[in-house]
Design a protein around this ligand. Sequence first.
Ligand SMILES: *Cc1c(COP(=O)(O)O)cnc(C)c1O
Length: 434
Amino acid sequence: MKLYSTNNKNNISTFKEAVLKGIADDGGLFMPVELPKLPPSFFHDISKLTFKEISFIVANNLLKDDLPVEVISKIIDSTITFDAPLVKLNEQISTLELFHGPTLAFKDFGARFMSAVMSYLTKDEDKEIIILVATSGDTGSAVANGFLNVKGIKVVLLYPSGRVSKIQEQQLTTLDQNITALEVDGTFDDCQRLVKQAFADASLKKHAILSSANSINIARLIPQSFYYFNAYGRTENKKLPFYVSVPSGNFGDLTGGLFAYKMGLPVSKFIAAVNANDVFPKYLETSVYEAKSSVRTLSNAMDVGNPSNFARIIDLYNQSYQEIKNEIYSASFSDIDTIGAIKEVFSKYNYIIDPHGAVGYLALKKFLAEKNQKECNGVLLETAHPSKFADIVEKVLNKKIEIPDALQTCLVKRKKSIKISKEYEYLKNFVLSI
Ligand SMILES: *Cc1c(COP(=O)(O)O)cnc(C)c1O
């Protein structure tokens, strides 16, 4: 796979360069020059294939020129260690549960795949690799879990003290091994600024190979296409229209779906479900893209006012507003709508949905109602386990929800973090000391 930069199509990089750099030298995002179509036989047989087999075929389709086939197979073996089952709510609507990984959110797919790829690509480096991640909660724990115990790689997480939830903090601070959590006396923006400063610091670059593992890395997007194929594979009647609703913030998950579509997955419509952060539906309505400051909502992992993957989506459609409008539907919902949806899904289907999935449910329902669509395979991506948002869900449903073992174990572990001030010197000295 060759990749260009969204800032300059002539700026071509290899897969290795793109993964290790994260972002192109000109500040653009890496995009595949080509997304090869999968053969008809693959789609014909897809019902008989396991999720792991599907993932291998898709990964190999993209990376066969970059990695030996046995390495791709190993990477898939270590990434796809849990299922992404399709659970039927009614005749038209199913949820694709993406929360069966170690941190109970879909970001586990991207983080695990990226860590396996990075550790292979850097296996001959003699310098240590240090991954620096600023996190406001979920990304950090997925990335850290992905790199847990990976030889030659250390992960330094920076999170804003007192500004992440109790569950999130436990997930960030109880891993130990090659993971260190720095509790910054400041905001998430301070954490991001510190990480940026570290990347620009030549003395740190002499000490180690610094890498970021943020959501724009191409190695996080690739595995986010696998489960769209799995969803299609698990549908019963493949002749029906196939709609996928994606709860979206930075639009990385949706971009993974668009990659799948370009590889031939017959999606009839993508539905970008957003909360009050409505830059994307506004864009579809007016053709004007206007970034905003983010506002806080109950589906907080989607509180993004300037989605970083927008540049990729525009590129996938050759900058054509009309084409994007034809293929992607979008709708925005308030917190009150979200609460209503959590209640409705529980009372109608006896299914506990999290606030992000609830927004996906609402957008799918709205789309089907507008289309007056009766028979179809409508799938919403359930991006997190409801227990991650127990404080909200339990209050809305007025009942206790079960906490899965993975989370239970980390909740009782002792928190271990290093408090640092938001002055850069502290971070610098820490990185030089490891
Ligand atoms: C990150 C996240 C999202 C949004 O995904 P994007 O790729 O940023 O659009 C949705 N739901 C949950 C639970 C998340 O953690």
